[in-house]
Design a protein around this ligand. Structure first.
Ligand SMILES: CC(=O)N[C@H]1[C@@H](OP(=O)(O)OP(=O)(O)OC[C@H]2O[C@@H](n3ccc(=O)[nH]c3=O)[C@H](O)[C@@H]2O)O[C@H](CO)[C@@H](O)[C@@H]1O[C@H](C)C(=O)N[C@@H](C)C(=O)N[C@@H](CCC(=O)O)C(=O)O
Ligand SMILES: Nc1ncnc2c1ncn2[C@@H]1O[C@H](COP(=O)(O)OP(=O)(O)OP(=O)(O)O)[C@@H](O)[C@H]1O
Length: 495
């Protein structure tokens, strides 16, 4: 029985956002109608920040973009029919980006809750030249002036949607520091970001590894890199958790979009000229939903904001509306999960530290005692993806067990192979990759007698096209990526 009447909520309001350079604290304020208020806070290390005019304006634009994207966590609790952006409105470009982030990023949420959100998330865009003046300021409810904001004088900040803005944005970062590349690299505790970090190290790029939240596992991996670190603290509004307990709508949100916007702001504050993520090519493909007759009726991508569509649009938006020379890209975009797994297996520096198991990353609840639960789609996929490229004893030492010799995990591996099930709503590679990895193991004396490999060989492989079971084509790099040209050449040589 739900105490929260979401149907009674008419509007989701973007109320205000503010950043205090002295403390490095950002506050993002939202509300349902005029009653329920949410305040999310973040703390960026390195304060006090001294922000001059150009940089202050870029920080204000990045903060605004973060406010707009991070609202998805709260909007989803009721998905009311109206969206209100208080103060200065947004232009058509920004509205289009947000529409895409909310619609696609909430794709799994909508599917699981039986909602239809396509074309129904009404971001209002204001005409260029609409009343200005509403610089991000002190949050509602706080005494006026309690939190001094960054920014240019009222009205001087370009609207994030102003089509003329691109020509007005001056290269900001190159003016202010040495021309050398300086990357802020997101680290998530799993194999992917570690592959990027080592690739950037080999390519000679100066880097700081950055993460959001208080995961000890990520902190340990970051320390293990031996590189400078930057940890942003993020506190979601406690009111969201109250509403969740009272029966609000809940489900997955595009967390990578939020993390990306946070790190864009962090890069501007700390003088980095690139924000680097580690989202692989496979992340662009969703789970195909099939009806009883085997027809594909929908595609739902759990990891939509890790995909190429998001990366391309967000990167372009940042360059056009936030800072003309701040690059945002994923270093692993050209590669499949299998190619990344092969690269990870080339060194064992992180074996005792990393984990891709998402059970480590809950905000609420207890921390797991084991780094790998061994029973979720991510554990299964990473085990399977690494197995063709790693000596078996090394892989079993990482996981503490052999998941491919556990018959009761058959259904889980079938879903990864998209065999009689759809790809799980998790951050796992494509079915074709899982099938190819399994086929490689079936041909390997070290693995071929393990229960689930034997089952694949005897019962599943005969139903599949042999030509589709080769790993080699899946290891080729693709051309769709946003990696800077010079770096791509150096990266390719080491991959
Ligand atoms: C750790 C995890 O997988 N959490 C997902 C889980 O949430 P749960 O309730 O079990 O625990 P919490 O993570 O502690 O979250 C508590 C509530 O807070 C909401 N919330 C959290 C973060 C946020 O930024 N906004 C929020 O509103 C959350 O919805 C909970 O109600 O199940 C949830 C529902 O399906 C998922 O939304 C939680 O996923 C986290 C947001 C998360 O960080 N997940 C990453 C591990 C993840 O899935 N990463 C993907 C990238 C997906 C993408 O599109 O970017 C990946 O690794 O590829
Ligand atoms: N807490 C976080 N703070 C900052 N970036 C994060 C965080 N969690 C994940 N990321 C980044 O988001 C992207 C997607 O995360 P993902 O979990 O796929 O990567 P990973 O942890 O590096 O590897 P794996 O896929 O093995 O888990 C990566 O670039 C990762 O660095």
């Amino acid at each position: 029985m739900s105490d929260f009447d979401r149907a009674a909520v008419r509007a989701f309001r973007f109320v205000d956002c503010a950043f205090a350079p002295e403390s490095g604290e950002a506050r993002l304020v939202y509300a349902f109608d005029h009653t329920d208020e949410f305040v999310e806070s973040l703390r960026f290390p390195g304060a006090p920040f001294v922000l001059d005019g150009e940089r202050a304006a870029a920080v204000a634009r990045a903060l605004r973009l973060l406010h707009l994207i991070a609202g998805v966590s709260y909007y989803k609790a009721a998905v009311p029919p109206e969206i209100v952006i208080e103060g200065e409105g947004i232009g058509a470009d920004t509205a289009a980006l947000l529409q895409s982030v909310y619609e696609n990023g909430l794709g799994e949420f909508a599917y699981r809750n039986g909602l239809s959100l396509r074309g129904r998330i009404p971001f209002p865009s204001a005409p260029v030249g609409a009343p200005a003046g509403a610089m991000p300021s002190a949050p509602v409810g706080a005494p006026s002036g309690a939190m001094p904001s960054v920014g240019a004088p009222s009205g001087a900040m370009p609207s994030p949607g102003d089509p003329e803005e691109a020509s007005r944005l001056k290269p900001l970062l190159q003016q202010q520091r040495q021309p050398q590349e300086r990357a802020l690299v997101a680290i998530g505790g799993g194999k992917d970001s570690l592959v990027s970090i080592e690739a950037l190290r080999a390519a000679g790029v100066e880097q700081t590894v950055a993460w959001i939240g208080s995961s000890p596992l990520i902190a340990a991996c970051a320390a293990r890199t031996g590189l400078p670190t930057l940890n942003v603290q993020r506190t979601l509004s406690p009111r969201l958790f109250e509403l969740n307990r009272a029966g609000a709508l809940n489900g997955h949100i595009p967390v990578t979009a939020i993390n990306s916007a946070i790190l864009v702001l962090a890069a501007l504050l700390t003088g980095h000229d690139q924000v680097v993520f580690s989202n692989e090519r496979s992340a662009s493909y969703g789970s195909r939903i099939v009806d009883a007759d085997g027809h594909v009726t929908d595609e739902v991508n759990h990891q939509w904001s890790k995909g190429w569509d998001f990366e391309r649009d967000f990167a372009a938006h940042v360059r056009r509306h936030v800072a003309a020379d701040l690059r945002y890209y994923s270093l692993l975009r050209p590669y499949s999960e299998l190619a990344v797994a092969r690269q990870f297996a080339k060194q064992d520096r992180y074996d005792a530290h990393f984990s891709s198991c998402n059970r480590n990353f809950h905000i609420l609840g207890e921390r797991p005692t084991q780094r790998w639960c061994g029973e979720c789609p991510k554990c299964r996929f990473v085990f399977l993806a690494l197995a063709p490229f790693m000596p078996k004893p090394r892989l079993m030492a990482i996981f503490g067990r052999n998941l491919l010799d556990e018959p009761d995990q058959a259904g889980g591996f079938d879903a990864l192979m998209e065999f009689r099930d759809h790809k799980p709503f998790e951050c796992v590679g494509e079915g074709i990759e899982a099938r190819a990895a399994m086929a490689a193991l079936a041909a390997s004396p070290a693995w071929s007698e393990d229960a689930l490999v034997r089952r694949f060989r005897d019962e599943i492989a005969p139903l599949l096209e042999v030509a589709d079971l080769s790993i080699a084509p899946l290891l080729q790099a693709s051309d769709d990526h946003g990696i800077p040209d010079g770096l791509w050449g150096r990266l390719r040589a080491n991959f």
